[in-house]
Design a protein around this ligand. Structure first.
Ligand code: PMP
Length: 337
């Protein structure tokens, strides 16, 4: 087949690679696959949500280049997805972030000429930045004519984008997806995947993977180190009952998951990819042999070089833990090269 020529960068969103991970759990009697959302042009699963929430409004003329302003609160990946789309169409974008946003993501946003607004206070009640960020977004939208807030936490076009994510996974595996491990933030990815699973009647066990200290599945809010997954406030659209099982993972679990992925599969993945890897590892013992297990990897490790992949950062937060991913004995899959 002739390689396709894309009509523009946004045509590169979606159709990401599904990769079999033969070396991750060498003695596991089931097949393991990862959907690498880092292959989206903005580098994450949130490119899909951003496009879904903006494209209709751009095509219908509701968002006008040179006149409209998009305002959103994001920890990074959605912001980068929106930044890319707004730059492409020449629409202004104001992004409200907080001190947990990494320097690298801030630099990417500046490169796209995004106006970045940093909130520095946490909400006194929840001790989280999110409510303060959202308040600031509301103020900006109220004061700027033609401003539009996609509102990833309450916009049904966010989950809708991920019906397609699951369709791609299911079609690649001829509908045989026995387990899907999906991390949660807004819940958009999980909700869209659940919708496709239900509509198609797939026999898939959907495992929601959340951060300890996130409130999404009913636990108390607590401080967390890694951005991306987890939430301090339950989004309006989030329905925890869509998950057949829930696994909570710690920041250290994410680090160990990520470092193990790099060590065994040469995949440099982001924190929530480490989360789903840790969740699979924790549940592997009760997964029936011969299952197809799919994990969604939301972003790439390049965005976590100062944290997850910094030995100093890991040591400062968790002590000497490198033995957890560096054990000498493992069997790598025999690959094509
Ligand atoms: N992982 C990463 C790295 C993310 O940026 C996000 C979105 N904030 C998620 C997981 C969670 O995705 P969703 O919002 O679709 O639940």
């Amino acid at each position: 087949m002739k390689p396709p020529v894309l009509r523009g960068i946004l045509d590169g969103v979606g159709n990401t690679h599904l990769v079999e991970l033969g070396g991750l759990l060498p003695r596991f009697g089931s097949r393991v696959f990862a959907k690498l959302e880092a292959f989206n042009p903005g580098g994450s699963v949130k490119d899909r949500s951003a496009l879904s929430m903006l494209l209709g409004r751009i095509r219908s003329g509701e968002l006008v280049p040179g006149r409209s302003t998009v305002v959103e609160s994001s920890s990074g990946n959605l912001a980068i997805g929106i930044a890319q789309i707004c730059r492409y169409y020449g629409i202004d974008f104001i992004c409200v972030v907080d001190p947990k946003t990494t320097q690298q993501n801030l630099a990417i946003l500046r490169a796209y000429r995004v106006a970045v607004e940093m909130v520095t206070e946490t909400d006194p009640e929840t001790r989280a930045y999110l409510p303060v960020r959202v308040r600031r977004v509301r103020e900006l939208v109220a004061s700027i004519p033609g401003a539009y807030w996609p509102n990833q936490y309450a916009n049904p076009l966010n989950p809708l984008a991920h019906v397609q994510t699951m369709r791609e996974i299911a079609e690649a595996l001829d509908g045989r997806v026995d387990y899907l491990f999906c991390s949660t933030g807004t819940g958009g990815t999980m909700t869209g995947c659940a919708q496709y699973i239900r509509e198609q009647g797939l026999a898939t066990t959907l495992v929601g993977v959340d951060a300890m200290g996130s409130v999404l599945f009913g636990g108390p809010s607590a401080p967390r180190l890694l951005p991306g997954h987890g939430a301090a406030v339950k989004p309006a659209l989030f329905d925890p009952s869509l998950a057949d099982e829930v696994v909570l993972v710690s920041d250290l679990d994410c680090v160990v998951g990520c470092r193990t992925l790099t060590h065994r599969e040469a995949i440099l993945a982001g924190g929530s990819s480490g989360a789903v890897t840790a969740a699979l590892t924790k549940t592997a013992g009760r997964i029936p042999a011969g299952s197809n297990c799919v994990m969604i990897f939301p972003d790439r490790g390049d965005r976590y070089l100062d944290t997850i992949y910094s030995d100093d950062w890991v040591r400062a937060h968790f002590g000497e833990v490198s033995h957890l991913w560096n054990e000498p004995e493992h069997t790598l899959a025999v690959g094509a090269c």
